[in-house]
Design a protein around this ligand. Sequence first.
Ligand code: HEC
Ligand code: HEC
Ligand code: HEC
Length: 194
Amino acid sequence: MRSERGVRRWRWQWALLLPAALVFVTQAPIAADKARRWLPLNQDGIHDPKSPALRVLQEPGEALSRLPADAAGVGNQVNWVKALEQGRIDPRANIRAQTAIRTLDTDILLNLRGGTPIVRFPHRQHTLWLDCSNCHEHLFKSKAGANKLSMQRILQGEQCGVCHGAVSFPLTQCGRCHNTPRKRPLPVAAVPGS
Ligand code: HEC
Ligand code: HEC
Ligand code: HEC
């Protein structure tokens, strides 16, 4: 098992992978698409190849190849945001009928003073998967500008990096977060439609 420290160190190395990732992204999506291959369950090193139960499980290749491709070919090679938006998957939002489902459709512009493109944080794309309590108030205070966000801490697996690079798209995909060109004058606050 990897130690906490080992995981941290690895996260820093994402930054070193950046040039490689950029080259890969610019080399046309076809390359990534051709490389879309999933290990069969009996070779993935997770499932017992001798287990009779394998027969009743769906092969990842069969299921995931039908979903929109991740442009960089990372992770399990699916763009899950697109898969949900295009209605290709319909995940169940609650187990108990009485659990309230809360979604929010506001975007927050982060990193207004930096040099990289602005980070537009979409509440909608997050609350389609997550409850408010997954982030508020322990990870982020629900007040614009109240969190001392920093790329360094994100790369160390804190803040956005608790999920991105772990269960959601990796930190090498800079442009999915730094997604909004910087215009002058700088926008002061954040919430379109309000
Ligand atoms: C999961 C989302 C996410 C990803 C992916 C991401 N960033 Fe960031 N980044 C942020 C946030 C949020 C901040 C804002 C910190 C702040 O408010 O100052 C930030 C800030 C920065 C800053 C400091 C401010 C600035 O603009 O100068 C740099 C530099 C930066 N990111 C570079 C990168 C690079 C390079 C990558 C790809 C290797 C990357 N980021 C990937 C979310 C992300
Ligand atoms: C994936 C994490 C995440 C989830 C889930 C999430 N938020 Fe947020 N929320 C943020 C971040 C990041 C900010 C920006 C904080 C900042 O600017 O420092 C924010 C800001 C806010 C703000 C203050 C900005 C504004 O629009 O006034 C409110 C209110 C808020 N969230 C409410 C909610 C509610 C209600 C839910 C559930 C329906 C929710 N959030 C779900 C991460 C999240
Ligand atoms: C609690 C987990 C969690 C945290 C914390 C979190 N995210 Fe996410 N984020 C997700 C998930 C899950 C998705 C949607 C599924 C996927 O793409 O993996 C997502 C999607 C996104 C998208 C949509 C990308 C697209 O293609 O439309 C952006 C942008 C994003 N996150 C930025 C951020 C930023 C910036 C932060 C920190 C301020 C952050 N996230 C914090 C889990 C998280």
